[in-house]
Design a protein around this ligand. Sequence first.
Ligand SMILES: Nc1ncnc2c1ncn2[C@@H]1O[C@H](COP(=O)(O)OP(=O)(O)OP(=O)(O)O)[C@@H](O)[C@H]1O
Ligand SMILES: [Mg+2]
Length: 215
Amino acid sequence: MSKRRSKGLKEKRKSKILRIFPSAEIFSVGRRSVVLKKGKLVIKVEKDAHPGTAAREAKWLRELNKEGIGPKLISLSRKLGYVTYNYVDGVTLPEFVERCSPTELVRVLKLCLKKARKLDLLGISKEEMHRPVKHIWVGKDVKFIDFERCHRSDKPKNVTQLCHFLFVGDNPCAKKVRDVFHIDKADALEAAKQYRTKGLELVLSLLDLDHVPKC
Ligand SMILES: Nc1ncnc2c1ncn2[C@@H]1O[C@H](COP(=O)(O)OP(=O)(O)OP(=O)(O)O)[C@@H](O)[C@H]1O
Ligand SMILES: [Mg+2]
């Protein structure tokens, strides 16, 4: 871990953590954490200025792992301010969408929407579903990551936000999804609106390949 990149961690804590995870590589430096990787393990270390971040991530992972959401929580060190969980072997959702076949697209988008629905039903807002470019990973399964900003909410908007990103947005992902499924933005907006009262079915029905002419 170079000095510049580990900015935000005091030298003493940093070296203690590196003694536990020698030769861990830097994955990313976010606003509140430095994320390391060692083999199949991710080590998310809170920055000195953001105490409690690792414990928060662990709390949500513990709860959400029971629902099949998030990478598997391995450990939490409150003292050293880090949480460890399994590395997700895969690519980000936009990378996946760019390269996948229509059939794979149906499977993965349905999984994403169902997981977002589960979060809604649990009354948990993830906060990042309107632009989940780095927070949904696709490998064998679909995994959401980064839960430190989660909070309880009476009206979580995970599905609604994800619908906007996937079907209505002005991003390459949405453009491909609209193209593949011949989705009209107005229909998608209506499905997202009706989701609150009628559930996920109408949203899922947007992902219908039978309506797509074969060529
Ligand atoms: N379990 C994992 N499997 C694969 N990659 C991961 C995993 N956890 C984190 N990453 C990688 O590390 C990056 C940062 O992780 P995370 O989003 O949890 O950190 P963060 O500090 O909260 O970042 P940000 O400030 O951008 O929210 C992710 O974008 C991803 O590239
Ligand atoms: Mg984050």
